[in-house]
Design a protein around this ligand. Structure first.
Ligand SMILES: Nc1ncnc2c1ncn2[C@@H]1O[C@H](COP(=O)(O)OP(=O)(O)OP(=O)(O)O)[C@@H](O)[C@H]1O
Ligand SMILES: [Mg+2]
Length: 313
């Protein structure tokens, strides 16, 4: 393995009794990359993060952080790591500032006060720093966890599903903070089942399915590999449209979601007029066109759709 990768795994396997959580994970992440590990509930995301953060031993295979082995060279690996766990781990009886103070003392950091002020500012928490964590919103708590994880200036920040349970506003505000970390040299390793989040934030993603990477690349590259456009038609009688569409040579795929017929074609503007003409008898209520997105790519590579809670449909 080479020294040049921030995170590298080779044939990483984790077995919990009868469950094969990771079935040979291969990753190679360049320093400074904003990387996303994508997968539904139970795909093995937290298992991968836990191994990379030296908290869990792999069954077999290798994992390195900046060239150091996560099992054999733990003391060399740990200072590089910043971790925001899936489950909140702040002391809710203490204030935000006190939580940061404890972390700074644990890591024996110099210039604690200055560091803490800087991180509070960076995560837009200065005004709320002296409130008890129990009184903070879930979005603020998440930002506080990120502030804490960055306090000792790690080279890799792991974020395990950081926006789960946040409302739309808190989610966007967290995204903005994470975007500001891009380009600072920090490597970000995010896990998520939210494809819009990955498409917006990540330079590269890997799609995890049953413990294996089934596709990897920039979100845009994965969409291009799938190719094509979608035409969505809201119809009075969508079920009548499907047999008709499936006989058309230019239609690559067609299915129903709620009352909408989803049609996959090579180039939507070319097909649109003919399609509308064809489906008029089924009662057209609305028509939309869109390019393939990361969610479509996910379905293509895994054969599954995931709902907003991260479960397979
Ligand atoms: N301590 C454990 N003992 C036994 N099985 C486990 C343990 N931890 C995880 N698993 C199983 O390993 C698989 C992967 O779990 P993991 O938590 O890594 O997935 P995940 O992608 O993080 O899921 P989620 O999106 O729900 O957080 C699942 O089938 C899970 O049930
Ligand atoms: Mg998890």
């Amino acid at each position: 393995m080479t020294q040049s990768f921030a995170v590298e795994t080779k044939a990483l396997v984790k077995r919990y009794r009868s469950v094969l959580a990771l079935a040979g994970l291969d990753l190679a992440i360049e320093p400074g990359c904003f990387f996303g590990l994508l997968g539904p509930n139970g795909a093995g995301k937290t298992t991968a993060v836990s191994i990379l953060c030296t908290l869990l031993r792999p069954t077999s295979g290798e994992a390195r952080i900046f060239g150091s082995d996560v099992v054999d060279e733990r003391p060399a690996v740990r200072p590089h790591l910043g971790i925001v766990f899936q489950d909140p781990s702040l002391d809710t009886e203490l204030t935000g500032r006190e939580n940061l103070e404890i972390h700074a003392r644990l890591y024996r950091l110099s210039e604690r006060g200055t560091r803490i002020e800087r991180m509070l500012e960076q995560m837009a928490l200065t005004r709320d720093a002296d409130r008890r964590v129990a009184a903070l919103s879930s979005g603020m708590r998440r930002r506080l966890e990120i502030a804490r994880a960055l306090l000792h200036e790690p080279r890799v920040l792991f974020l395990d599903e950081p926006t789960v349970g946040l409302d739309v506003h808190a989610r966007r505000s967290l995204w903005e903070r994470l975007e500001q970390l891009r380009g600072s040299g920090l490597t970000l390793f995010l896990t998520t089942h939210a494809m819009d989040e990955a498409a917006r934030l990540c330079d590269r993603v890997a799609i995890l399915n049953e413990g294996r990477v089934v596709a990897t690349g920039a979100p845009q590259e994965l969409c291009q590999q799938v190719g094509g456009d979608h035409i969505e038609l809201e119809l009075d009688r969508p079920e009548e449209a499907l047999p008709l569409l499936r006989t058309k040579p230019n239609v690559q795929d067609a299915w129903i979601e709620k009352r909408t017929v989803m049609v996959k074609v090579k180039h939507a503007p070319t097909e649109l007029v003919a399609l509308i003409e064809e489906l008029k008898p089924q009662g057209i209520r609305a028509v939309r066109m869109r390019e393939v997105n990361l969610e479509d790519a996910f379905v293509h590579f895994t054969g599954h759709k995931i709902d907003t809670a991260g479960n397979l449909e």
